[in-house]
Design a protein around this ligand. Sequence first.
Ligand SMILES: C[S@@+](CC[C@H](N)C(=O)[O-])C[C@H]1O[C@@H](n2cnc3c(N)ncnc32)[C@H](O)[C@@H]1O
Length: 290
Amino acid sequence: MIIERLKDFLTPNSTVEKEGILVAKEVADKTVWDKLADENPTHAVISANDEEAAAKKSVNQITDIKQHIKPGDVLLDCGAGYGRVAKYLLPEVELGGYLAVDSAYQMLALFKQWYQKSDTEQQTPLLLINADIHTLPLKDSSVDVVIVCAVFLHNHKSVVEKAMLEIKRVVKPGGKVLIYSSFPRAMTFMGLQGMAYQVLLNLMGRPFKNGPVRYYRRSEIMHLFDNFTEVELCPIGYNFLPKTLIFLPKPLEVVWRRGLANPINSLLEKITPARLKPYFAVHYDVVATK
Ligand SMILES: C[S@@+](CC[C@H](N)C(=O)[O-])C[C@H]1O[C@@H](n2cnc3c(N)ncnc32)[C@H](O)[C@@H]1O
C-alpha cells in the first residue's frame, strides 16, 4: 500500500506507479521490452511478424557476422533480445562462448527457452546476463567480438557513449566490434523529425526515454570509436521521404507510408546513380577493430 504523503519525498515526475509499486521512469521505459517480449518478440526486435520473416530478414547480417568471427571466439551480444542472432549464427559456427546481455528479463527468458531445446546451439556455451549495456559486469579484455544490433538507436546518446566505453574495455586488443542498425543518419528527413521529437522529450522532462530513435552524424559515430585502430562506416538502405511521420495519427500515417513514401522511395532508388546513393542511406553499420 502506497502512503500518499510519502510521495512528497520523491522527485516530481520521476516515477510511475505499477500495481502498487513505484518504478523509476528510466527503469519503466526499459520494461517496455519485457512487455514486447510477451506480445510479439520477432516484431519487437526486427519488425517481422513471425519467425520465418525474421529468418529471411537476418540472412545478410548473419553472413556479415560470419566474415568477422572464427570458431572458438567468445562473442558478446549487447542487447541480445530473445537471441535472434544466436539462433541463426550458432548452427553455423561453434563459438568458445556466447555472452548475451539484455536489460529485459523476459527477452532473456525466451532466449533460454529455445537454446535449451536445441542440441546444435548448445555446442556453444551460453551466459545470459540481465544487465544494462553501459554497466557491463564483465572483465577487461575478455571477449573477442562484440555485436550490437538495433539497440543503440533506442537509447539516449549519453547511454551509448558510456556503453561504447564499456565495450572498448571488455573487448581484447585486436578484437572486433560490429554495430548493425544502430546509427540512423541525422541528415535525412527522418533524422530531422527524430531530433524534433528529442526536443519534445527534453521539454517533457523525459530525455532518457528508452525506445524513441536517436539519429547520428558521421562525426558523432567516429567520435564514439576514438582510439580504435580501424573503423569502417557502411551506408545501408535508401530513403528520401521519411517512411513514417511520427506526429500523424496512426491511420493517416499508414496512408502516408504505403501510398506515398514507399512507392516514391522505391522509384527514386531505381533512378539515383550508385555513387549518390550513400547520401540517401538510412543508417550506418560499423565494423571496428580495437
Ligand atoms: C530491437 S531489440 C534488438 C534485439 C537483438 N539485438 C536483435 O537484433 O535481434 C532491442 C533490445 O535491446 C535491449 N535494450 C535496449 N536498451 C538497452 C540497454 N540500455 N541495456 C541493455 N539492453 C537494452 C531491449 O531490451 C531489447 O531486447
